[in-house]
Structure formats: structure tokens, C-alpha cells
Write a protein that binds this ligand. Structure first.
Ligand code: ACO
Length: 429
């Protein structure tokens, strides 16, 4: 029997349909509420609002579960590669060997960036943040690769998706090389996706880059852990902007802008900066914890807390292990990792953090890993963006293919002034 919820307004009872997701999550369908009952709902920050039905990613924030297309993220981190996971997110199923080979060939074929785009990269000011550069350049891709009317819609989407996955990685490495004033390194057909990225970032005519399998594996894990996270801020931005039927490049560019923020993807950079400050202050985290707990201080412990996870973020657990492994292998003792571990221990026993359900999130250890790989601080969020691309793309595809597609346009409750007269400037005072 279909379940319903009852709502009583002005003494009248209305019945609203209920929906149950495949993991038992229940929701009240309020889509006809205004039409039938004459009221809307208010939910600042959308903390209690599902904006869509989705088959891509399942997150249970209370139990610390994250699955892509049904597969737990730690299994993917252990057994899959970023390219395979990206394929699965976008095409629903894990690829056969033949499908994977074909996908890899396409990624290779589309990895070059139009030479004319280099002029744009070279003319950004040296101090420009790479996220700003990336979002502009991704938007500019449409101008360099316009739609070809002879192609079917499906062909066009497949090419755009492959271009984005491949070129964004090239563009990220290119912007770093240009920022350093170095010769751009081109992608190589004999390298895998992650190997290619590392080679484009670090290979130089005077110091060839030796590809290390453990670093390649760590990078794959980093990207897999970031590949999707259902309706987070940047994904919601991609869906909202995409709902206006803009091209995919523009929608992804909007996602990159949203991810840039320190409350979202920018947190991995903010964590390392915060750990650096603690280190400079002699390694004592206590004043930082005290500030985070002080209601009159806007300071927050970066890398802690999550809108959905009210327990340990499952991605943070995997990230911490990879981080330990890479630093052990490099025989490097990063004082920031020691501080992070101490900070975690103290915070997890502190009543404020316990009561507020604040646990380390994916960004808490990811910055330390990126630092160990040699990625510069201002590129951290770009690394996140490369990882999140398959998620954005699959969410965009799902919403564009939805037969019930609608322009996304929230309502509001107006609390401003009522109608009043226009006063000419000479009479104001
Ligand atoms: N340090 C100290 N207090 C915190 C923190 C933190 N990191 N995060 C939340 N709180 C407190 C708030 O002060 C608030 O306390 P109060 O109820 O006593 O006023 C309470 O916890 C709830 O905070 P909200 O901001 O309402 O929680 P929300 O779900 O909106 O925020 C967010 C989630 C933005 C991630 C927040 O936890 C935060 O700012 N964390 C630090 C930044 C960060 O690490 N972001 C990365 C998120 S993961 C990602 O995007 C991939």
C-alpha cells in the first residue's frame, strides 16, 4: 500500500505521497503542495530537501557508508582505477576489458589542448588562483570545440565527456607549468591517465620524472575517493546550471567555481594552511581547538565536520592509510601529519566535537597526501576538481536524461518591505 503523510493546515487535513528509496530512505513528496494546499516549505541550506531521485551514489552519513553505483568506495579504492570508476559512474556499469580499452584510447585521443588556448593560459596574472583559471578555461572549451550539427546528440555528449575528462587533466598540468615559467609537457600515448598527469606536471628536460607505481596508485585512490558525493554544493551547482540546458562545459565550470570555496573543495588547502600555522606556533593545537569551540569566533577546524557525515567520513579512513603508506615509503616525517593525528585524537575526545558530531572529513588527510606527491598548495583544489569530474558529468547526464526534467528554480519567503512610494532624491534625507 502506498504510504502517505498527513499535514493539517487551518484545521484541514491534506495527504501527501511518500517515496521510499532503494536503501529505505523515506521522503514526503511535496511537489504539488503549493498547488493543492497553497503553502511552500522553507529549508535554508537544503539540509532537509531532496532535489532529485538518483541512481548514482548512496551516502549514509550516520553509518559512514559511501557507494558508487552500489559498490563501496573502499572496494573501488582497493581494486579499481580512476578511469574505470569514472566509466562506471558515467555509464552505470563496470566496463568489460574491451570497453575499458576503447575508453582509454578515446581519453588518449582527446588529451591534447588546442594550441590557441595556450595564449590564454600564458596571459593570466602569475598570482591567479588555478581554480579561477580552470573554471574560465573549461567554459572556454565550448568556443574551441563547438557543437557539430552532423553529430547525433549521443555522439556529441560522448565526445564532450571524454574531452572534459582528458583535457581538464592536461589543462591543470599545463597551468602549473606555465605558472612556473617552464616548458609545457605534452601528454604521452604510452602512459596511463594518472601516469600522464604526473609526467605532465613534473617531467622536465633537465630532470626527467621517474614514475613510481605507489604514487600512481595513491593518485588513483585520491581521485576515486573524490569521484562523486551525491548532491553536494558543486554537484548541485552543476545540476542547477545544467537545468537551464546550457552546454556541459558551462555547467562543469559552475561546479568548479562552487568547489573553489573553503567550506567545500577549498578545505584541503585550508587544512594544510591551518596545520602549518599550528606547526609555526610550536605544534600546540590547543589554542586552535579552543578557537573552534568559541561561539564568538568564526574560526573552524578545517577538515572537520560534514553536512551529511555525523560519523567518521569513510573516505578519510582510506586517505589516512594511503597517506601513511606514501610517507613511510618516502621515509619522510612530515610534522604536519603528526600534528593532524594529534589534533584528530584530541578533537575526537573533546565533548564539543562529540556533541556536534564533528569528525575528520576527506579533506583532513588529503592535503598531506598531495603535499607528499609534490603537488603545490594552490593546486590542491584543482586535484579535487579532476577527481569530481566523473561525478559532475554523471549527475548532469542523469538530470538531462530524466523524462521529468524541469528547470531548477527554488522559491523563497519574502520578508522585505511591503509596497511603498518612490521618494525623489531631493526629498530623501
Ligand atoms: N569546527 C568547529 N565547529 C564546527 C565545525 C568545525 N569544523 N563544523 C561545524 N561546526 C559547528 C558549528 O559551529 C555549529 O555549531 P552550533 O550548532 O553550536 O552553532 C554546528 O557545528 C553545525 O555547523 P553548521 O555550519 O550548521 O554545519 P553544516 O552542515 O552547515 O556545515 C561544513 C558543514 C561546512 C562542512 C562545516 O562542518 C565546516 O565548516 N567544516 C570546516 C570546513 C571543511 O572541512 N569543509 C570540507 C567539507 S568536506 C567537502 O566538501 C569535500
Amino acid at each position: 500500500m502506498e504510504q502517505t503523510a498527513k499535514i493539517i493546515i487551518d484545521g484541514k487535513t491534506f495527504e501527501l505521497p511518500m517515496i521510499t528509496g532503494s536503501e529505505g530512505e523515506r521522503a514526503i513528496d511535496i511537489s504539488r503542495l503549493r498547488q493543492e494546499v497553497g503553502v511552500v516549505t522553507l529549508d535554508p541550506g537544503f539540509a532537509n530537501t531532496s532535489a532529485c531521485l538518483s541512481r548514482i551514489t548512496f551516502v549514509d552519513g550516520e553509518r559512514g557508508i559511501l557507494r558508487y553505483r552500489g559498490i563501496p568506495v573502499d572496494r573501488l579504492a582497493e581494486h579499481s582505477t580512476f578511469v574505470e570508476t569514472a566509466y562506471m559512474l558515467i555509464n552505470c556499469e563496470l566496463p568489460t576489458q574491451e570497453q575499458l580499452n576503447r575508453f582509454s584510447v578515446m581519453l588518449n585521443d582527446h588529451s591534447l589542448v588546442h594550441e590557441d588556448m595556450r595564449a590564454f593560459f600564458e596571459n593570466f596574472p602569475r598570482w591567479a588562483h588555478p581554480m579561477g583559471i580552470l573554471s574560465s578555461m573549461v567554459n572556454a572549451l565550448r568556443a574551441f570545440y563547438p557543437e557539430i550539427p552532423e553529430r547525433t546528440e549521443e555522439e556529441e555528449i560522448n565526445i564532450t565527456v571524454t574531452r572534459l575528462l582528458s583535457k581538464v587533466r592536461t589543462m591543470a598540468a599545463m597551468s602549473y607549468k606555465i605558472f612556473r615559467g617552464h616548458k609545457v609537457a605534452y601528454p604521452r600515448h604510452d602512459l596511463t591517465y594518472a601516469e600522464n598527469f604526473l609526467s605532465m606536471m613534473f617531467d622536465s628536460p633537465v630532470r626527467p620524472y621517474d614514475i613510481d607505481d605507489d604514487i600512481v596508485n595513491a593518485l588513483n585512490v585520491f581521485w576515486i575517493l573524490h569521484a562523486d558525493h551525491e548532491q553536494n554544493c558543486s554537484t548541485a551547482a552543476v545540476r542547477v546550471v545544467g537545468s537551464a540546458k546550457v552546454n556541459l562545459y558551462a555547467a562543469i565550470s559552475a561546479g568548479i567555481c562552487a568547489l573553489w570555496g573553503p567550506l567545500h573543495g577549498g578545505a584541503n588547502q585550508a587544512v594544510v594552511e591551518m596545520l602549518g600555522q599550528i606547526h609555526e606556533n610550536g605544534g600546540d593545537a590547543a589554542p586552535f581547538i579552543a578557537r573552534a569551540k568559541d561561539r564568538n569566533d568564526p574560526f573552524r577546524l578545517m577538515g572537520f565536520g560534514h553536512r551529511i557525515y555525523k560519523t567518521y567520513d569513510p573516505r578519510a579512513r582510506v586517505m589516512k592509510k594511503v597517506c601513511d603508506r606514501i610517507l613511510d615509503k618516502q621515509r619522510v616525517r612530515d610534522p604536519l601529519l603528526d600534528i593532524a593525528k594529534r589534533l584528530e585524537e584530541v578533537a575526537l575526545e573533546d565533548p564539543y566535537f562529540i556533541d556536534h558530531h564533528l569528525y575528520p572529513n576527506v579533506d583532513f588527510y588529503s592535503g598531506i597526501l598531495l603535499k607528499a606527491i609534490g603537488i603545490p598548495l594552490n593546486m590542491f583544489t584543482v586535484m579535487f576538481a579532476i577527481g569530481r569530474l566523473p561525478g559532475w558529468i554523471s549527475q548532469w547526464k542523469e538530470s538531462s536524461d530524466d523524462p521529468k526534467w524541469r528547470l531548477q528554480r527554488p522559491r523563497q519567503i519574502y520578508i522585505g518591505r511591503k509596497e511603498r512610494a518612490y521618494i525623489p532624491i531631493e526629498k530623501r534625507g
